[in-house]
Design a protein around this ligand. Structure first.
Ligand SMILES: C[S@@+](CC[C@H](N)C(=O)[O-])C[C@H]1O[C@@H](n2cnc3c(N)ncnc32)[C@H](O)[C@@H]1O
Length: 349
């Protein structure tokens, strides 16, 4: 009992509090960078507990800032903690933590959107996709403007089993503004069901761990924050390339409040729209009068499979983008307007 407790909980030596570190290094949060700090170590401990068992694990923390979550990860007994922080002002405070936990923490001053995580940890950690979960975790409280593009990028990495997922089914525990957290976990029929719900749930088990009230952060953001845990699925619920799924899902949700046939139709050039939409919905066994939020994962899977078959028959179809068609039409129209205006002017001369 005593041994396992010692192994499980590593205690950092006494250090200044996060509040003191913020003062010591003049780390005033930069509003334009949406920096909102968590100072309550009970909350940061709770985030880390929701990540699973990080004792002796390899962890990448994204956006450590003044280091609240960082301390909790070290205290939970992580073997190797790699932190990636973009704002150089935080590096000295993080260095202080690293000195207090010798050999356990590495600091990267960089941007997580371009950081190559596939090279960050030893290759012996790699597990086959179907195997148990690897001993690699990603944890982070990032600005909302970064967390959404980042999760879309990482979901594509899950689909391709590259980036952080070269180690296998790396788990992620990340914060999102509450509204986005609700979309990520929304089930069929719910108001929040959206593109993000399908894209995340076809690839991962997505669990809404708990909500942190905005008042827990300094400075206080306008919204509450959801902590979401992602575990990549062994078998994705849709077995088609990420870009194809993304295209189908994006088009279906184009007109959120309309019948789903409107969005499906946008996958096809105007000339064939009616015929192809009818065919796709019929073959996928989807009622055209359902709203996008009412479509189940199985129906999205069927839609993607049928669209794939149609693209295999006509390879130009995948390149079709109705927005591009619209842009060209507008450009054509404005050229027409410009030339008729020009000819009007020429008439005047
Ligand atoms: C919302 S603050 C959270 C800080 C700390 N994790 C906490 O909970 O108190 C977000 C942190 O992410 C950092 N950050 C923002 N964009 C980043 C990026 N692209 N790559 C790495 N770090 C980033 C910010 O500088 C800031 O330290």
């Amino acid at each position: 009992m005593t041994v396992s407790r010692t192994l499980a909980t590593y205690r950092l030596p006494p250090l200044p509090t996060i509040g003191e570190i913020i003062k010591l290094f003049h780390l005033r949060a930069q509003k334009q960078l949406s920096q909102n700090f968590l100072l309550d170590l009970r909350l940061t401990d709770k985030i880390v507990r929701k990540a699973g068992n990080v004792s002796n694990a390899y962890v990448c923390e994204v956006g450590p800032g003044p280091g609240g979550i960082t301390r909790s990860i070290l205290n939970a007994g992580a073997k190797d903690l790699l932190v990636v922080e973009k704002d150089i002002r935080f590096i000295p405070g993080l260095q202080m933590l690293s000195d207090a936990a010798p050999g356990k923490m590495r600091i990267v001053h960089g941007d997580i959107l371009t950081f190559k995580m596939e090279r960050a940890f030893p290759s012996h950690l790699r597990k086959a996709w179907e195997d148990d979960l690897p001993d690699v975790h990603i944890i982070g409280n990032l600005p909302f403007s970064v967390s959404t593009p980042l999760i879309i990028k990482w979901l594509e990495n899950v689909a391709n089993r590259d980036g952080p997922f070269t180690y296998g089914r790396t788990q992620m525990t990340l914060t999102f503004q509450k509204e986005v957290a609700e979309r990520l976990t929304a089930s069929t029929g719910s108001r929040q069901r959206s593109r993000l719900s399908i894209m995340s749930q076809y690839l991962c088990t997505v669990h809404d761990c708990f909500t942190i009230p905005g008042r827990a952060f300094i400075p206080k953001p306008k919204v509450d924050v959801g902590v979401i845990h992602f575990t990549p699925l062994i078998e994705p619920q849709i077995n088609q390339p990420f870009k194809l799924v993304e295209k189908v899902v994006q088009n279906v949700f184009q007109f959120r409040r309309k019948y789903c046939h409107r969005g499906v139709g946008m996958l096809f050039p105007e000339a064939q729209r009616l015929k192809f939409t009818e065919r796709m919905l019929m073959l996928a066994d989807v009622d055209p009068t359902l709203r996008p939020k009412q479509l189940s994962m199985l129906q999205f899977k069927n839609l993607c499979n049928v669209y794939r078959e149609m693209c295999d028959e006509d390879p130009d179809l995948f390149r079709y983008n109705f927005r591009e068609e619209l842009r060209q039409k507008r450009r054509g129209k404005s050229n027409l307007d410009r030339s008729s205006k020009q000819s009007d002017e020429e008439d005047w001369t």
